[in-house]
Design a protein around this ligand. Structure first.
Ligand code: SF4
Ligand code: SF4
Length: 362
C-alpha cells in the first residue's frame, strides 16, 4: 500500500487520460440530487455533496443496472435462428467508478454472496464487478442518518475499494490517495498520478489519514445494536407483535429497496415488438404486492405488514443466519433519509435485537 498526493491540475488531466482505457463513472448533479453517471470527456465527478452527504441512489446501478437486456430473439420463422435466445454481449471495456463511499463499496461484498456462489454464477453481475476499479472517497462529514460504524463498516473503510481518496483541501480536488490493490495501482499509473512529484508522500500523510479517520468516526453518533440478532429464534421474531406498529404507515412505495445498495431482487420479463423480442432483468421490490403473487392467484404476502416484515427479517435475521457475516445493511442511511413516512431501520433493528416474547421476560 502506498500513499500519493494528487493535486487539482493532475487530477483533471488524469481523468482525461483515463478516458481512453476505461469507461468512467462518478456522481454528477441531477436536478436536486447527485447520481452516478457515465462521465464524458471533460466531466469531473462531484465528490462532495454538501448537506446531502451522499448520492440519492447508490453505486449499485453501475454494476447492476435498474433495467438490463440479457437476451434478444426473433419470432420471425423465415429466419434460421428464430426462437433462439442470443446473449447480449456486454461492453468489455474496463470501468472505473469514482466517488464511491466506503459503505457502498462494502455493499458489493454483501451482494456478491447472492450473485457469485459455488452453485450459481451470474455473469451479468460478476463480469462488470470484476472488470471495475473502485475509487472511494472518505467521508469526513457523515450525515445524521449514517450508522456504518455499527454494522462493521466505517467512513474510511477500505473493504471493496482499489483506491481511497481523502480530500486534502476544503475547496475539493486536491487529494491524498491510498493505493490499495493492483487495480488501483494500474489506474493511478494510467492516469499519470504515480510520477515522482506525486509519489512517496511521507509517513505524515498516513498519520493524517489515521487521525482524520478517528475524527470522522466520532462524528457518527447513531449507534445500532446487532449483537443479539443471531441468537433470537426466527419464529419468535416472525410472529412478534411489533410488526403491525412498524408497518402501519408504510406506503409500499419501494423507495427503501431501490435506494439500498444491498437490495438485489429482480424480475425477468420479455418485451416483444413485432417479431423482435428481448428478455430483460429489472429491479424488483419485496415491498410490492405483485412480487410474490403466484400463478394460482395466491399471494403469501398479500398485506403490507407481511411485506415490511419480510424486508427487515431478510436484512436483519435471515441473512445473518444464512451467512454468519453480519447484517445485510452497510448503514448508509438512505432508506431513513428517503422514506416518505419516516420508517427507520435503526429503530426496527433495536426492537428486533432486544425482543423477548411475552412470558419469557427475565
Ligand atoms: S420507503 Fe418507507 S413507505 Fe416506502 S416502502 Fe419503504 S418503508 Fe414503506
Ligand atoms: S437498509 Fe437502509 S441503511 Fe442499510 S444499506 Fe440499505 S439503504 Fe442503507
Amino acid at each position: 500500500m502506498k500513499t500519493i498526493k494528487i493535486e487539482k491540475e493532475s487530477w483533471v488531466q488524469g481523468l482525461e487520460k483515463l478516458q481512453d482505457r476505461y469507461r468512467l463513472f462518478g456522481p454528477m448533479a441531477d436536478k436536486d440530487s447527485y447520481e452516478f453517471k457515465e462521465l464524458n470527456s471533460g466531466d469531473t465527478p462531484v465528490l462532495e455533496h454538501g448537506k446531502q452527504g451522499n448520492t440519492r441512489l447508490s453505486v449499485k446501478s453501475v454494476i447492476y443496472p435498474q433495467s438490463q437486456t440479457m437476451f434478444t430473439y426473433t419470432l420471425d420463422e423465415s429466419k434460421d435462428d428464430h426462437h433462439i435466445m442470443k446473449e447480449v454481449e456486454l461492453n468489455g471495456k474496463p470501468r472505473a467508478v469514482f466517488g464511491v463511499r466506503p459503505c457502498d463499496a462494502a455493499s458489493f461484498r454483501l451482494v456478491q454472496r447472492n450473485f457469485d456462489t459455488p452453485e450459481y454464477k451470474d455473469p451479468f453481475w460478476i463480469n462488470p464487478y470484476e472488470e471495475t476499479t473502485f475509487v472511494g472517497i472518505a467521508c469526513d462529514e457523515p450525515s445524521k442518518t449514517c450508522f456504518c460504524t455499527s454494522v462493521g463498516c466505517g467512513p474510511y473503510n477500505e473493504e471493496g475499494l482499489d483506491l481511497l481518496l481523502v480530500n486534502e483541501s476544503k475547496d475539493g480536488n486536491d487529494f491524498f490517495a491510498r493505493i490499495l490493490t493492483k487495480k488501483g495501482d494500474d489506474l493511478a499509473t494510467a492516469a499519470g498520478w504515480l510520477t515522482n512529484a506525486n509519489a512517496d508522500v511521507d509517513a505524515a500523510a498516513d498519520v493524517d489519514f489515521e487521525s482524520r479517520k478517528r475524527d470522522a468516526e466520532k462524528k457518527i453518533t447513531a449507534k445500532v445494536s446487532i449483537d443479539q440478532l443471531k441468537e433470537k429464534k426466527t419464529t419468535d421474531l416472525f410472529s412478534a407483535d411489533f410488526w403491525d406498529q412498524v408497518g402501519f404507515s408504510c406506503l409500499n412505495c419501494g423507495t427503501c429497496t431501490y435506494s439500498c445498495p444491498t437490495c438485489w431482487c429482480f424480475d425477468i420479463q420479455d418485451e416483444v415488438k413485432g417479431c423482435q423480442g428481448k428478455r430483460m432483468r429489472n429491479w424488483d421490490s419485496c415491498m410490492y404486492t405483485l412480487f410474490t403473487l403466484e400463478g394460482s392467484g395466491h399471494n403469501p404476502r398479500s398485506n403490507k405488514v407481511q411485506r415490511v416484515r419480510q424486508r427487515f427479517m431478510h436484512k436483519l435475521k435471515y441473512y445473518v443466519d444464512k451467512y454468519d457475516a453480519g447484517v445485510q445493511c452497510v448503514g448508509c442511511g438512505r432508506c431513513i433519509q428517503l422514506c416518505p413516512v419516516n420508517i427507520d431501520i435503526r429503530e426496527v433493528c433495536e426492537t428486533m435485537n432486544t425482543y423477548t416474547p411475552a412470558g419469557e421476560e427475565a
